[in-house]
Design a protein around this ligand. Structure first.
Ligand SMILES: Cc1ncc(COP(=O)(O)O)c(C=O)c1O
Length: 388
């Protein structure tokens, strides 16, 4: 049976392939240290799990949820924006709950982009930006993120005929995979370009609240005029360690939010009510939960980068947030060769930079999603294998 062409043009989801490599090594009896996928190793905080258990018993949660989200969840999200980012968003007009932010990122182009429109996206970057553009029959155009530009795209370098055809620009800070953050001036410049060329900006803010001491990550909506041109995607996955729960939201421009909600109304029937209730509890306990989690990743990051630097392997730039470290490959190895060598000689699983686009060639990404002793052990193995 033939599948649709749009699917055949998409490579196999790289993390599935990497997981197969990891499983094969485990089956060979190796003690693999997995520093690859961005899935936190720590469990969801018990206060959130308990809230779900209670909420699952409520008959009102057994119906189709429908709509943009429960009013109480939308109001909590609006409060979060005001308290954490000093941004006002209308709970009912400017927010829509998502079945994980990936779902919204995947669907947005179908709601606002026409076939042939250009979608600009960061390279390296989360692969769903270009794949969702491709599904919508748009033309995905990569914007390089390089260390010499502090991993910010050079919008001035984009040819004006491309900018005139652009309908959507993706940005993502704190950034996966480079762990960089963006200054407010960059967001201001993005707003200027969006107004001049009439495109929509989608800021993927999945890691907005995972930022390290001494650094600031801004909501895109904090910039004057941002709400006229853009929306922002958030995830409960990383902030609250709820990857499996599938809960996120988009906030910002009411027309874009409305278009996404209208599309979703035809494709899904909303987020399970009990999960929304658990999300409300998560948001209410933001200050109790999030700083503690950030401290764990900052400590792990410190341990990893110090140990690697001591043996001669330095990150491409100092990580400012997220739970990733972006490193140049050693001795001109390709990203894939470096990944395979680390797996074969050290039983350490990382992600090749090319999983995030062509500009990722020459880099690997290490996730800080393993306990500190395992991170230390990984560095010891790398040192012993004499790769550096
Ligand atoms: C940059 C970025 N955006 C979005 C997502 C999707 O997160 P979720 O769908 O779990 O909310 C991820 C997950 O790894 C990510 O790294």
């Amino acid at each position: 049976m033939n599948t649709a062409e749009r699917l055949s043009k998409v490579p196999p989801y790289i993390f599935v392939e990497l997981d197969q490599m990891r499983k094969a090594a485990v089956e060979r009896g190796e003690d693999v240290i997995s520093l690859s996928i961005g899935d936190p190793d720590l469990p969801t905080p018990s206060i959130i799990v308990d809230a779900l258990a209670e909420a699952a018993k409520k008959p009102e949660n057994h119906c189709y949820p429908l709509g943009k989200g429960k009013p109480e969840l939308l109001e909590e999200i609006s409060r979060y924006y005001a308290q954490q980012h000093d941004v006002r968003v209308d709970p009912y007009e400017e927010i829509v709950a998502l079945i994980g932010s990936k779902e919204g990122i995947g669907h947005l182009p179908l709601a606002i982009v026409n076939p042939g429109d250009v979608v600009l996206y960061p390279d390296p970057g989360y692969p769903v930006y270009w794949i969702s553009a491709h599904f919508a029959e748009a033309e995905p155009v990569p914007l390089a993120l390089r260390p010499e530009n502090d991993f910010l795209p050079d919008l001035e370098a984009v040819p004006s005929d491309i900018l005139h055809r652009t309908r959507l620009l993706w940005i993502n800070y704190p950034n996966n995979p480079t762990a960089s953050v963006a200054p407010l001036e960059f967001f201001e410049k993005v707003v200027w370009f969006a107004k001049k060329y009439g495109f929509v900006v989608a800021h993927d803010a999945a890691y907005l609240d995972l930022v390290f001491h001494g650094h600031t990550a801004y909501s895109f909506l904090a910039v004057k005029g941002a709400k006229e041109v853009g929306i922002e995607f958030h995830s409960f996955s990383k902030t609250f360690h709820m990857t499996g729960w599938r809960l996120g939201f988009a906030a910002g421009n009411s027309r874009v939010v409305g278009a996404l909600a209208a599309l979703k109304a035809n494709l899904d029937s909303g987020v399970f009510g009990a999960i929304q209730d658990a999300g409300i509890v998560a948001m209410k306990n933001f200050d109790k939960i999030v700083p503690e989690l950030v401290a764990v990743y900052e400590q792990r990051c410190q341990v990893l980068t110090t140990a690697l630097t001591n043996i001669g392997w330095r990150p491409a730039a100092k990580p400012r947030g997220t739970f990733y470290v972006w490193l140049p490959t050693l001795h001109q190895r390709s990203s894939m060769d470096m990944t395979k060598e680390l797996l074969q000689r050290c039983a350490v699983m990382v992600t090749p930079g090319t999983a995030f686009g062509n500009e990722g060639e020459g880099f690997v990404r290490i996730s800080l999603t393993a306990p500190e002793p395992r991170i230390k052990e990984a560095v010891r193995r790398i040192e012993r294998a004499n790769i550096i």
